[in-house]
Design a protein around this ligand. Structure first.
Ligand code: A5P
Length: 228
């Protein structure tokens, strides 16, 4: 297993110690979160965790959770989540995040917002001083993705409508498109958040400001915990 992969696994498995029996657990999306989902399944089987209910952030995660034996509640039946564990594409020193590389940002943000504790798991490549090296994913209503690209270009931003592996436009679990924005360093994430939220047609975006309580990052064989 290559180093980055080992770091993802180490961080994700470490985070699962914050899950206790009787918890409702938000299950993140992506390759790092998948290690946490598998570890939760393993600990249910071994008997360390009892009466766990998972809330998946995507159809893919729901499928994985089912395979590893985690019982689930659909997001529409959730009132509170004890702990959510999810990956990130980037995190900065304020624990602000870019998420959505896997296209699941809308449900990820909703689940993070319902979680009493939102734990981010990451390999060491995800740590940045300033967000923006990773293109910012923006989920938009499908019918408006092209006009919104023109709008972004007018604002001097390079947009890219995300494509799926078959070359067709990527469609999120919510039936929307994703526009990836090459912003360069996002010096004022709060201003960018406001700008995006003020654009009709934008459903949500991958800036997660003030959501994370902890980032658990693995760096080689060490685990580092960043907290606010
Ligand atoms: C999914 O939409 C994302 O927010 C992921 O959590 C993020 O892209 C990190 O993915 P990896 O763990 O696969 O790097």
């Amino acid at each position: 297993m290559e180093l980055i992969e080992r770091e993802k696994k180490l961080a994700a498995e470490f985070a699962v110690r914050f899950v206790q029996s009787d918890h409702v657990v938000g299950l993140g999306t992506g390759s790092t979160a998948a290690y946490a989902v598998k570890a939760i399944g393993h600990q249910i089987k071994s008997g360390r965790l009892k009466n766990i209910w998972g809330v998946p952030t995507s159809k893919a995660t729901g499928k994985l959770a089912q395979e590893v034996g985690i019982r689930m509640i659909p997001i529409e039946d959730v009132s509170e989540i004890d702990v959510a564990i999810d990956g990130a594409d980037e995190f900065d020193p304020n624990l602000n995040l870019i998420k959505g590389g896997g296209g699941a940002l809308l449900r990820e943000k909703i689940i993070a917002s319902f979680a009493k504790e939102f734990i981010v798991v990451a390999d060491s490549s995800k740590r940045v001083e300033t967000l923006g090296r990773f293109k910012l994913p923006v989920e938009v209503f499908a019918f408006i993705s092209k006009p919104l690209c023109y709008k972004f270009m007018q604002k001097g931003v390079a947009p890219e409508v995300r494509l799926a592996s078959d070359g067709q436009k990527f469609v999120s679990d919510n039936g929307n498109h994703i526009i990836d924005l090459d912003l360069g360093e996002i010096v004022d994430p709060a201003a960018m958040k406001m700008l995006l939220e003020d654009m009709p047609g934008v459903v949500d975006h991958g800036l997660f400001l003030g959501y994370a309580n902890k980032v658990i990052m693995a760096e080689r064989e060490d685990v580092r915990i960043f907290e606010k």
